[in-house]
Design a protein around this ligand. Structure first.
Ligand SMILES: CC(C)(COP(=O)(O)OP(=O)(O)OC[C@H]1O[C@@H](n2cnc3c(N)ncnc32)[C@H](O)[C@@H]1OP(=O)(O)O)[C@@H](O)C(=O)NCCC(=O)NCCS
Length: 222
């Protein structure tokens, strides 16, 4: 399934999270994109997809009921350009509701503009205040500093590291697993149910609350 439209600015760029459309799927590969090693090396991918793979993924995504996926579009000079995608995946409700998340900008010229940081706020808002999920997890290969920083800014916390989970550029690399807990009182208390709360989670809760507040004042919904 696809998530609903959310519009906001990141570093002077007009960003729109919106459902993908089949006609845009060629953008994932037309300028290199997912056929480029630079883009995919920290995504656990080895092979380069073709346009047929992209159409197949589009159909799978459109009908997959345990995921919400968004295309990341930039509006500039009268054009609407697809530059990436983000998702809430593997949504499950037992024993406690949760999901995992993913993110990619496949046009490197847009990296470092705060787009991931802003998209994570909007996606987290949707997951926590609209889907009512209690926790979200994500994994980042250790050299991917930009990804780690963007997640930590909205309140993701590292829980453990999986040694030698990948092999990139001639060396084994570790995968750090992250978790973020819904800061809303109902979900927060359900998650901790009286257990002592580590201080890093208390700090993270404030970052997540701040991210959710940012959405209330900076995101436009259609
Ligand atoms: C990694 C990725 C998601 C980062 O997205 P982005 O929009 O460039 O990230 P942001 O601009 O929001 O940057 C977040 C922070 O990381 C920093 N950062 C970004 N890229 C960085 C890099 N290559 N090295 C070090 N720091 C970096 C930014 O300066 C920012 O820090 P700040 O808030 O202290 O200024 C993007 O490069 C990407 O899509 N890469 C390919 C796919 C991928 O790796 N996805 C993530 C899989 S876990």
């Amino acid at each position: 399934m696809f998530g609903p439209i959310m519009r906001f600015r990141a570093n002077e760029l007009d960003i729109e999270l919106a459902p993908l459309c089949k006609e845009d799927m060629h953008e994932f590969i037309s300028a290199g994109g997912m056929q480029s090693y630079t883009v995919t090396k920290y995504l656990s991918r080895r092979s380069a997809p073709t346009i047929e793979d992209e159409y197949q993924w589009f159909e799978q995504t459109r009908t997959e009921s345990s995921s919400y996926v968004w295309g990341i579009y930039v509006h500039a000079e009268g054009k609407r350009c697809l530059i990436g995608n983000t998702a809430i995946n593997s949504i499950a409700y037992h024993p406690m509701s949760g999901a995992s998340t993913g993110f990619m900008i496949f046009r490197p010229e847009y990296w470092g503009n705060g787009i991931a940081s802003a998209c994570h706020k909007a996606r987290t808002w949707y997951a926590f205040t609209q889907l009512g999920l209690t926790r979200i997890s994500s994994g980042v290969y250790e050299p991917n500093i930009g990804s780690r920083k963007a997640l930590e800014k909205v309140g993701y916390i590292p829980t453990h590291t999986e040694r030698n989970a990948g092999f990139v550029d001639g060396r084994y690399i570790s995968l750090t697993h992250f978790i973020i807990i819904n800061p809303l009182h109902t979900h927060w208390t359900a998650w901790w149910h009286g257990d002592p709360i580590p201080s890093e989670f208390l700090d993270a809760r404030i970052r997540t609350q701040t991210a959710l507040e940012w959405v209330n004042t900076h995101v436009q919904f259609s």
